[in-house]
Design a binder for this molecule. Structure first.
Ligand SMILES: C[S@@+](CC[C@H](N)C(=O)[O-])C[C@H]1O[C@@H](n2cnc3c(N)ncnc32)[C@H](O)[C@@H]1O
Length: 412
């Protein structure tokens, strides 16, 4: 099997690469990576990436500054990256009927520029699941703009919201994964013989890698057609995208699917013993965590002088050790309601950086190139590595099938 040249964008500390480098047949070769943390003098994530990986070109510049020529020179077969959920709306550009103009600084458009310069076989993208619903004033618009753009560039797309804990991982981290493949590939041709429903339930990349039940949740299933006019989509499109879906030639089918749950790893399984006292909390900090996690109803006043009540429900006193961890955020190093709060044999403490790495399936001490605070920040940004390995294994199967049909072709 030939190798797949991979470009890793928004590479962070290399979650995609680590996952892809652990597949069964090791066909992925990340030969170009880009990571740049805006307005930071010290580039902790990049420095870690650079230390951990010693092949390929690693570029520490704003992606917007990468020239078209540099992009084209990567000859990417596959582009991977986790990128932010921003405003993807577009307007018709002034300099010609065909041009469209996205908002400046929106990183999705840089991914699209990369696609236009390389036309890779595959794209594998990751985002928060909110992307499917954004913005709240025009549900589904941003994701539709994304789908419509990829469709116009000649790609079909499968997506799935995956909660890593549902498939045997240690963290309840829900992210949407987007797999786009070029029309005309053997895989795409195979899929075009299937019904859209069959692709979602059985035959598609996600269906194979992350099995689901054969019936929708609460009969939630919806179909639509996307206009090829992206400005029209941006201006008028509203739709409810569910956690699974397929876009083929502008046709969209989306279904609220139910995972075939696998036994998760729990917090108890990953916690370290004999942890440094640095991570233990004093009485004041414990009280603060208790307050933050408790139920509350607080009177507040708006700038205009209106009074209202802010209320939130209570959380468990400490995080259950018998469940997978909650989602790790970039704020994990601060005293915060979302920060993990553990009681281990009556010692109250936070997570250690190694535990944070374990929750994402990174090797212990992967990020020990940087201060603790930044280690938590980078893990809050990263992804659950085994999810990527599983996707990578499935793409290897697809490549295997492609090779089979090529060798058959050669026989005649
Ligand atoms: C969600 S994180 C991706 C984390 C990565 N998947 C990992 O496993 O560590 C997005 C990354 O994009 C980087 N980034 C943000 N703006 C960028 C830009 N303009 N150019 C290049 N990288 C950027 C951030 O520094 C951050 O590390």
């Amino acid at each position: 099997m030939g190798s797949i040249k991979v470009v890793e964008l928004f590479a962070g500390v290399g979650g995609f690469r680590l996952g892809l480098e652990q597949t069964k047949n090791r066909i992925f070769d990340v030969n170009w990576a880009n990571q740049w943390e805006p307005s930071r003098k010290v580039q902790h994530a990049f420095d870690c990436y650079n230390k951990r990986f010693d092949t390929g070109e690693h570029v520490n510049r704003d992606i917007a500054e990468i020239s078209d020529e540099e992009m084209a020179a990567t000859e990417a077969d596959m582009i991977v990256g986790g990128f932010p959920c921003q405003d993807y709306s577009v307007a018709r550009s002034l300099n010609g009927e065909l041009g469209i103009q996205g908002k400046k600084g929106v990183l999705f458009w840089q991914i699209i520029r990369f696609v236009q310069n390389t036309f890779p076989k595959y794209l594998l993208l990751e985002n928060v699941d909110r992307l499917l619903k954004s913005p709240s004033s025009q549900r589904g618009r941003d994701f539709a703009v994304m789908l419509s753009t990829l469709s116009e560039l000649g790609y079909d797309v499968e997506w799935r919201v995956i909660n890593a804990a549902d498939y045997g991982n240690a963290q309840r981290r829900r992210r949407v994964f987007i797999f786009a493949y070029k029309q005309g590939l053997d895989y795409s041709n195979e899929m075009s013989k299937e019904s859209l429903e069959n692709i979602i339930y059985k035959k598609g990349m996600f269906a194979q890698a992350f099995p689901i039940e054969g019936e929708p949740n609460k009969k939630r299933i919806a179909q639509t057609k996307l206009s090829s006019d992206i400005v029209e989509v941006s201006d008028n499109f509203k739709f409810q995208f569910y956690n699974s879906g397929i876009l083929r030639n502008g046709e969209v089918l989306t279904i609220d699917t139910i995972p075939k749950f696998e036994k998760p790893i729990t917090l108890k399984d990953i916690i370290q013993e004999n942890v440094d006292d640095n991570y233990s909390l004093n009485v004041d900090q414990i009280e603060k965590f208790r307050y933050l996690r408790g139920p509350k109803k607080i009177k507040r006043t708006t700038k205009e002088g209106h009074e209202y009540y802010f209320s939130e429900g209570g959380m468990s006193e400490t995080d259950s050790l018998d469940l997978p961890a909650r989602t790790m955020l970039t704020s994990e190093a601060s005293v915060n309601r979302s920060t993990h709060f553990l009681n281990i044999n009556n010692v109250y403490r936070t997570l250690t950086p190694i535990e944070a790495e374990r929750l994402n399936g990174f090797p212990d001490n992967w990020t020990d190139t940087m201060p603790d605070r930044m280690r938590f920040f980078c893990m809050g940004n990263a992804l659950v590595v085994p999810v990527i390995t599983r996707i990578g294994n499935q793409i290897e199967q697809i490549e295997q099938q492609t090779r089979d049909s090529f060798s058959q072709l050669k026989l005649f």
